[in-house]
Design a binder for this molecule. Structure first.
Ligand SMILES: *[C@@H]1O[C@H](CO)[C@@H](O)[C@H](O)[C@H]1NC(C)=O
Length: 427
């Protein structure tokens, strides 16, 4: 696994006291300056315009550098992330340093493929990568994502954003690998532009969808797997105002400085005309069929759908069902409940112990999905030939929680109790 590791967080989390300086726009140089003092340097290295790779042969270095240059072109030069070549400690337009990448032995980081390290004095990140992963985009671009995020500064020292760093790094890696977003950047490095397999882990993100939306609990958390939420808010299939291509950068850049709020608080402030509860509710409704504007992720879902754990409800007879205690949706988590229609009219009546957002997702044989809100506990749909229907129930409290995903308090981890009367379908 690629990990960011507590190691880096402990470096990241120390106090930062620099005041923001006004941004100065100046064109960066074509070649950035080598800075061997970041991470210790070495004698064997190879350079590209924005990176220096240490400790591998020339052919391997070329592969690593091409990938990093493609990622830099895509995320920094095209999508506007701040380059990790600038220190986070100042807004000055330089100096621009080549980011260092070091090959290390596997024995130096048990259980990890790579780690992002930081030189906290310099305010610059560098990567340590186990040799066999030096040319693996799921590792290299993931760590590059951490380095950009570090350069963005605002979430450094903000404990409640901590677990989301992994969610973001995997989103960056998946975007690079499995979508067309970076196609022209890859072409500029003569890399294949055919999207690769998505990193989506549907067994976790759907099979354990009842967990807190971003859960950093050691061993059972979902913070590496929760990134489809970021794909949804970026691709914005519901056209909600405030979401879209720039939403993730806006969540970081418009974060209330030094507030230690969660990323959802930042997202909530970006929205207009739609609530955060509705956005999270609709995200999970879209996950019924992984209809999030991501063909490669949807292909993984299609191949694994039959084997996923959908055992959420217990039957009480006569079409009435109750959520299993262990599967009650936690804070901003969901139950995705495929229904087996027995006729063309399907209706649900939900009774719950707390605030929730529920939706019927109806998929046509063409693949398109329509969404019908459950309003005041009720929704009904008439199915056309070939349509299938899934009930999605999300625990969406009326106020956002201030919580540390690495140490989730009991009230945030408390499940939503509910029952549902289903007519025209079984579970
Ligand atoms: C969102 O906007 C796109 C582009 O205008 C449109 O094709 C799509 O139907 C819209 N979706 C919704 C749910 O309104």
């Amino acid at each position: 696994m690629y990990f960011f590791a507590s190691l880096v967080l402990s470096v990241v989390l120390h106090a930062v006291s620099s005041a923001a300086l006004p941004a100065v726009a100046a064109a960066p140089p074509a070649q950035y300056t080598a800075n061997p003092s970041i991470g210790g340097g070495g004698t064997q290295y190879k350079d590209s315009a924005h990176f220096r790779v240490y400790g591998v042969d020339s052919t391997t270095a070329d592969s690593t550098l091409k990938m990093l240059e493609a990622a830099h072109n895509c995320f920094v030069e095209t999508l506007g992330w701040r380059t990790p070549s600038l220190t986070y400690k100042s807004n000055a337009d330089g100096p621009y340093y080549k980011m260092n990448v070091y090959k290390v032995e596997a024995s130096t980081m048990p259980g990890a493929a790579a780690q992002t390290w930081t030189d906290a004095n310099a305010g610059l990140a560098y990567l340590k990568v186990v040799g066999q992963y030096m040319t693996t985009p799921g590792v290299i671009v993931h760590e590059f994502g951490h380095a950009m995020h570090y350069s963005e500064k605002n979430w450094i020292d903000q404990l409640r954003t901590g677990a989301w760093w992994e969610t973001i790094a995997n989103f960056i890696a998946d975007t690079y690998i499995a979508t067309s977003t970076c196609a022209s950047a890859k072409a500029s490095q003569s890399l294949s532009t055919t999207p690769g397999d998505s990193l989506i882990d549907v067994k976790k993100v759907i099979g354990d969808s009842h967990q807190v939306l971003v859960d950093g609990t050691s061993g059972s958390g979902n913070y590496y797997q929760a990134w489809p939420f970021l794909a949804y808010i970026t691709n914005n299939p519901d056209n909600y105002s405030g979401l879209g291509k720039e939403v993730l950068l806006n969540m970081i850049r418009k974060y209330k400085l030094n507030s230690n709020e969660t990323p959802l608080h930042s997202l909530e402030r970006l929205l207009s005309g739609v609530t955060i509860q509705k956005v999270v509710g609709r995200y999970w409704a879209h996950m019924a069929y992984v209809d999030i504007g991501h063909a490669k992720a949807q292909a993984v879902f299609a191949s694994q759908q039959k084997s996923l754990n959908y055992a959420n409800l217990d039957s009480n007879g006569n079409g009435k069902y109750t959520i299993k205690t262990a599967r009650q949706p936690r804070y901003m988590g969901a139950n995705i409940i495929p229904l087996k229609a027995t006729g063309t009219s399907v209706s649900v009546a939900v009774t719950a112990s707390g605030a929730y957002t529920a939706t019927l997702a109806v998929k046509a044989s063409s693949g398109s999905v329509r969404y019908v809100d459950v309003v005041n506990g009720n929704a009904a749909v008439t199915l056309a030939s070939g349509e299938t229907v899934t009930l999605v129930v999300v625990n969406t409290p009326s106020a956002l929680a201030l919580y540390d995903p690495f140490s989730i308090p009991a009230d945030v981890n408390k499940g939503l109790e509910y029952s549902v009367q289903i007519t025209g379908a079984t579970v």
